[in-house]
Every structure is written in structure tokens, then in C-alpha cells.
Design a protein around this ligand. Sequence first.
Ligand SMILES: *[C@@H]1O[C@H](CO)[C@@H](O)[C@H](O)[C@H]1NC(C)=O
Ligand SMILES: *[C@@H]1O[C@H](CO)[C@@H](O)[C@H](O)[C@H]1NC(C)=O
Ligand SMILES: *[C@@H]1O[C@H](CO)[C@@H](O)[C@H](O)[C@H]1NC(C)=O
Ligand SMILES: *[C@@H]1O[C@H](CO)[C@@H](O)[C@H](O)[C@H]1NC(C)=O
Ligand SMILES: *[C@@H]1O[C@H](CO)[C@@H](O)[C@H](O)[C@H]1NC(C)=O
Length: 325
Amino acid sequence: MARRLLLLTTTALSLLVQHAAGIGQETCVSFQSSSSTFSVVSGRRAAPVLISQEDWPGVQLAAADFVADIERVTGVKPSFRNVTTSDIQASGSQTPTIIGALGKSPIVDRIVNTTGLDVSSIQGQWEAFLSRRVENPLPGVSSAYVIIGADKWGTIYALYDHSEQFGVSPWYWWADVPTTKQSQLFVSASGCSHGSPAVKYRGIFLNDEQLALQSWAQGKFMNGTGAPFNHLFYGKVFELILRHRGNYLWPAMWSGKFAVDGPLNQPLADFYGVVMGTSHQEPMMRSTPNEFDAGKWNYSTNRTLSSSTGLKERNELALTSPSTP
Ligand SMILES: *[C@@H]1O[C@H](CO)[C@@H](O)[C@H](O)[C@H]1NC(C)=O
Ligand SMILES: *[C@@H]1O[C@H](CO)[C@@H](O)[C@H](O)[C@H]1NC(C)=O
Ligand SMILES: *[C@@H]1O[C@H](CO)[C@@H](O)[C@H](O)[C@H]1NC(C)=O
Ligand SMILES: *[C@@H]1O[C@H](CO)[C@@H](O)[C@H](O)[C@H]1NC(C)=O
Ligand SMILES: *[C@@H]1O[C@H](CO)[C@@H](O)[C@H](O)[C@H]1NC(C)=O
């Protein structure tokens, strides 16, 4: 029986974790083959994972996690490449896994166009996804397992849904939940799917982060000096939220200033698709003790300056990719 429960209290994030598939999750992964399965890994060979360079950066990040998760489970690392439809045709008789967001991945759009794959159940639906085995998806490819999201989130959730069923807990990093090793991984021809969630924005907030979380993050990500809540920290938080199929975060706010502490924090939230809000008395993501109380920042007097400065920084930063934390 699948159980996953996340409790938030005013003083701590308390967790009860059981290693199993998530609540309400459709099963499409198995560890033994049958006539209706597609091989992700078998006989120490992994199906290549193909994606389009034009897809969302957040989908790229989650796809890299999906590939790493297959290796965590099986010890076999699939080849992982950006391709165009003509690259796929030229490389011949593979049976790849193909990942992409509708309207964003030319490969996925081409497969939908040429095979008539029915995506009406997800098209235009917030966060929806489907996956399935498709025969002759493109010239030269006999069979592929396609993972298609209606949007950035849907595609990311489809990947983490598979990862969780492969046996990688959303808590593998934060709580060191071990991964059960498998020598083979299969997915069903009919795949998994999910429609739009009943709750549009789902997330967590970091509360009372000082002393414990802040001191830990400072040691872990900053060698004990400097602002601890940087993109290395938030990259891990964003991944955790998305692996739980969340999409929303209120960041550390006591002595933390999300947009200032790490110049890559905002672009990274955008890449991952995590929507940012603020908690407590911190409008505009500024810090109470360090800015409001110290008289350094006041919406009435600083709004123009800070928003134009922020935009300029953001545009410059968005041009440079953050390294995957
Ligand atoms: C694909 O291209 C994007 C954009 O250039 C890049 O960020 C990503 O790392 C590439 N992915 C792979 C698997 O090479
Ligand atoms: C899919 O088909 C539509 C309508 O025929 C066309 O406009 C579009 O360019 C096609 N897209 C791809 C990626 O082949
Ligand atoms: C922390 O120190 C290690 C070892 O010297 C170094 O590799 C790493 O880049 C440092 N991290 C930061 C955030 O300064
Ligand atoms: C912010 O500025 C306004 C206008 O000058 C002022 O009335 C208000 O007291 C200031 N707020 C704080 C917290 O300093
Ligand atoms: C807020 O505005 C004041 C007065 O113009 C300026 O001295 C201060 O540096 C600004 N604070 C920030 C954080 O931009």
C-alpha cells in the first residue's frame, strides 16, 4: 500500500517516509519483461534517452535526473543526447526513450503528427502527461517509449513519476533513502498518465530556518561563510519539490533574501518551474531584520530602483546556464 505523508509544523519539517510508489500513482514500471513491455534496461544494455535541445531547461534538468536514476537503480547509464528528427533517422534501428513537451519538442510534435498518437487527453491541460510505447514513431525507428508532457511541469512530473516507480525515493538525497537495485527495468506499452491536479499550486515553505537549516546549509554549500541559501541549496530544494509533484515554494526569509543571496536563485526557480511566493512579513522577497528593520529597504522608497536593478541582473544571468547542483 502506497503512503507518502509530508507534515509541516511551525517549527520543523517533519517527515514520514515509506519507500513505495506515491499516492494515486498509476503503475507502469516492472522488473520483469512480458510481451507488452518496453526495455529500459535489460542484459546490461540501456535504451538511449533522447531529447530536443529546444525543450525547456527544466525538462533538460529532470531528464538528466531520470538518466541518473536509471543508473542508480541498475548500474547501467543510458546514453543521453539532444537530437533532431533527422539525427534519429540517421542513427538507425534503436529502440529509444524519447522525452518532450508538446509544442516545445519538435521530435514529439513530429511523432504526434506522423503516427496520429492521441494526445487529446493531455493537450492544453495544466501539468498533464502521458507515456506509451509507439511503434514506428519515426522513419528508421521500429519502436520507442515516448514520455510526453502537456507543459514543462507535466513533462517533469512524468519523468519523476517513472523515477519513483523505478525505486528512487524523492528523499534519496535529503534523507538518504536507499535505492533498491534492479538488474532489469521495463515499462508497460500502455505507459502511465496523469491529468491536471485538483490543486493548482502545491508546495512547502521554509520556516524557522535559523539556526538548524541555515547553519547546516552554510557548512554544506558555502564552506561556513557567506549567504547559505544559494542556488546549490535551492537546486536541491527545487528537485525535492518537483519529485513530490509540487510546484511552489516560500523561501527562507529570516536572514535570507531569495533574490539577493544567490544571483542564480531566480533563474534556477524559473528553469525548474518552481513558482516563488513569500511568507510572513516579507513582501518583495526582502529581509526583515537585515533590510526593513535596518531601514535599508522600503517599498515606498525603493520600488523603482530595486525592480529595475533586479530585472537587469536577471536578464544578464538568464543568459548563462547554472551548473546542475
Ligand atoms: C541539450 O542542449 C541544451 C541546450 O543547449 C543543454 O543545456 C543540455 O545540456 C543538452 N543536453 C544534453 C543531454 O546534451
Ligand atoms: C504538424 O502538423 C501541422 C498541421 O499539419 C503542421 O502545421 C505542423 O508544422 C506539423 N508539425 C511538425 C513538427 O511536423
Ligand atoms: C568549498 O571548499 C571546497 C574544497 O576546498 C571547494 O571545492 C568548494 O568549491 C568550496 N565551495 C564553495 C561554495 O566555496
Ligand atoms: C517606508 O517609507 C514610508 C514613506 O517614506 C514611511 O512612511 C514608512 O514609515 C517607511 N517604513 C519603514 C518600515 O521604515
Ligand atoms: C533604498 O533606497 C535608499 C534611498 O534611495 C538607498 O540608499 C538604498 O541603498 C536602497 N536600498 C536597496 C536595498 O536598494
